[in-house]
Design a binder for this molecule. Sequence first.
Ligand code: ATP
Length: 234
Amino acid sequence: MLTLDKLTAGYGPVTALQDVTFSAGKGQITAVLGANGAGKTTLLRTVSGLHRPESGTISLDGQPLRKVNAEQMPALGMVHVPEGRGVITELTIEENLRLGGLAKGGKLRSEDLERVYELFPVLADRRASLAHTLSGGERQMLVIGRALMSEPRLLLLDEPSLGLAPRIVAQIFDLLRGLVDDQGLSVLLVEQNARSALSVADHGVVLNLGRVVADEKASVLAADDQLRHAYLGF
Ligand code: ATP
C-alpha cells in the first residue's frame, strides 16, 4: 500500500536517508528498525509530508505523493503518531480524542468516539478526566486512539514503546495486532525495541546510517543472529 522508491533526505550536509526503497503491505505491520540516528524518525516525517525529501518517490496505493503536504494526510487515510505522546494535558481525554476527529475535516461522529472507547476501555472510564492524570501507557493509548478517530487506513507510529514497561508494550502491540487483523489497518511501526517490534510485525526493514540493510519477513529477521547482533541490539 505504501511504497518508497530511492528516497533520499537529509538536513543540509547531513544525509539521514539514502536511496531507501521498500514497501509496507496492506493489512500488515511493517517495522522499521535500527539504532539511534539510523534515520527512522526522518523516514516517518518524510512519509507524512513534514520533511521534504531530496529525491525519490513515496506512493500510496500506486499514486505518487510528492506534492502532498502534512495537512492533507488524514484525508488520504494516513495518520502520523509522533514520538513523545503529545497529548494536550490541560484538556480532558474526550477533548483530546475529539481533536483527532477534526483532523480529517467534516463533522465529528459520535460512533468514532464509541469505537475508540470500545478499543480502550481505560479511556472510556476516564473520559472526563484531564489527560495529565494518565500514565505513560495510557497516554500512548490516547494518542493512538486520537489517531484512529480519523479512521486511517495507514497508521505511522514513532517509537510507541519508548519508556513503557514490557507488560504495557505487549498490551499496546496486541491491540495494534487486533486492529490490523480485524479491521485491515496497515501500520508502519518505527521502533528501537526491535525484539518486541519483530514479535508483533509481519515484515521488518532494518536501517543503518540511513540505508536499508535488510528487508525481510519479521520471523526471518528475528532468527538471523548475525543481523540481530550487528544492528538490532538483541
Ligand atoms: P532516534 O531513534 O535517535 O530518533 P532515528 O533513527 O530516528 O534516531 P533520525 O532522528 O531520523 O534517526 O536521524 C537521522 C540522522 O539525521 C542523524 O544523523 C541525526 O543526527 C540527523 N538529524 C535528525 N534531525 C536533524 C535535524 N533537525 N538537523 C540536523 N540533523 C538531524
